[in-house]
Ligand binder design. Structure first.
Ligand code: UT7
Length: 335
């Protein structure tokens, strides 16, 4: 049986950095509120005209490079996880595949909001383990700055843009980088807690015009906070049980960077020291589907991980959706 192994990691952040102080000039907020409530100090927002597909293509190219590959490499599958596709139709992934020269690769988008990267990773790992493809590219990419309401200070101070990508390849069972298991779940009864109310068939099919703000991203933060802690903790514990690891065997926990307080609470629920919970939310904010690969790359570049150490990824997002992944860390250099 083939095994899916992480072979490369690449990221791309837009060059425009937006500080809390800059946002305090646009909204009724402050650096102090944002820092204490979320842990965020700054985030990147795309330049006008820069799309999710643009960020995804650059991150994908860098992941290929990290894996020792170039544009046009033999990649059978590309999955793009995003909440902010370039168009409602078609998907963003086929265009990204074409721009990376991945001729005839299967390519599709996954819409699982902030859990999207873990969902996409699972789909790609399954395709490799089923023997359908030998190599896959998984990209989480977002331009939340395009869906943030200029009237909503709560969401506007939290979300950032960016992209992160990994290359998965066929490998051996004992190879560092191997993906060992996943836990995915959803609870659609919470669909209203995170949503863009208008622009889909629910609103268009009603024949009713929507208010302008309904085309923007909305989140009921307090309720989402409680779900996020509970779902990421429970999913992580379920996955640890299924792969036969105890929490103290986990080298690093890489959680979706939703809020520093959420990341600390999840680590606490798992009985892990907070220094084993990777955080980079301070620099990039909540980048939704891009957040886990961006956090992985930052920590890996800082030399935080040892090849072979056991890693636990966990995410939670709109849907509601959640997912966790267990892997060992490979000997790679992020680009
Ligand atoms: O990525 C997908 C998953 N997302 C998450 O997991 C996010 C989960 N939620 C959160 O991270 C937090 O709930 C937020 C950061 C969104 C909000 O933090 P909070 O501690 O839950 O604040 P709150 O919503 O309870 O608001 C507290 C106060 C309110 O004022 P009053 O009613 O106490 O007078 C808000 O109006 O803070 C006010 N507030 C703000 N003040 C300054 C809300 N946003 C802001 C702001 N600046 N940007």
């Amino acid at each position: 049986m083939p095994y899916a192994v992480l072979q490369g990691l690449g990221t791309y952040l837009p060059t425009r950095r937006v500080t809390n102080d800059e946002l305090a000039g646009l909204f009724d907020t402050s650096d102090e509120w944002i820092t204490t409530r979320t842990g965020i100090k700054e985030r990147c927002w795309a330049e006008p005209g820069q799309s999710t597909g643009d960020l995804a293509t650059e991150a994908g190219r860098r992941a290929l490079k990290s894996a020792g590959l170039d544009d046009g490499a033999d990649v059978g599958l590309l999955v793009v996880a995003t909440t902010t596709p370039d168009h409602p139709c078609p998907g963003t992934a086929p265009d990204v595949a074409a721009r990376l020269g991945l001729a005839n690769a299967a390519a599709y988008d996954i819409s699982a909001v902030c859990s999207g990267f873990v969902y996409a990773l699972e789909a790609a790992a399954n395709a490799i383990q089923a023997g359908r493809v030998e190599r896959a590219l998984v990209i989480g990419a977002e331009t939340y700055s395009t869906i943030l309401s200029p009237n909503d200070r709560t969401t506007s101070v939290i979300f950032g843009d960016g992209a992160g990508a990994v290359v998965l390849s066929c490998g051996a069972a004992d190879e560092p980088g191997r993906l060992l298991g996943f836990d995915l779940g959803s609870d659609g009864t919470g669909k209203d807690l995170i949503q863009i109310p208008a622009g889909g068939s629910r609103q268009r099919g009603s024949g009713l015009a929507a208010a302008e703000d309904d085309y923007y991203f909305t989140m009921q933060g307090k309720k989402v906070f409680a779900h996020a802690v509970h779902r990421m903790s429970d999913s992580s514990l379920a996955l640890l049980k299924s792969v036969g690891w105890t929490p103290d065997q986990v080298g690093h926990l890489v959680g979706h960077q939703a809020n520093l307080r959420i990341l600390r609470a999840v680590a606490e629920q798992l009985g892990l020291d907070t220094d084993r919970a990777v955080t980079n939310i301070e620099k990039v904010g909540n980048t939704s589907a891009a957040s886990i690969p961006l956090a992985l790359a930052d920590a890996a570049a800082a030399g935080a991980f040892q090849p072979g150490e056991r890693m636990l990824l966990t995410a939670f997002g709109g849907g509601l959706t959640w997912g966790s992944a267990a892997l060992t860390w490979p000997d790679i250099t992020p680009v």
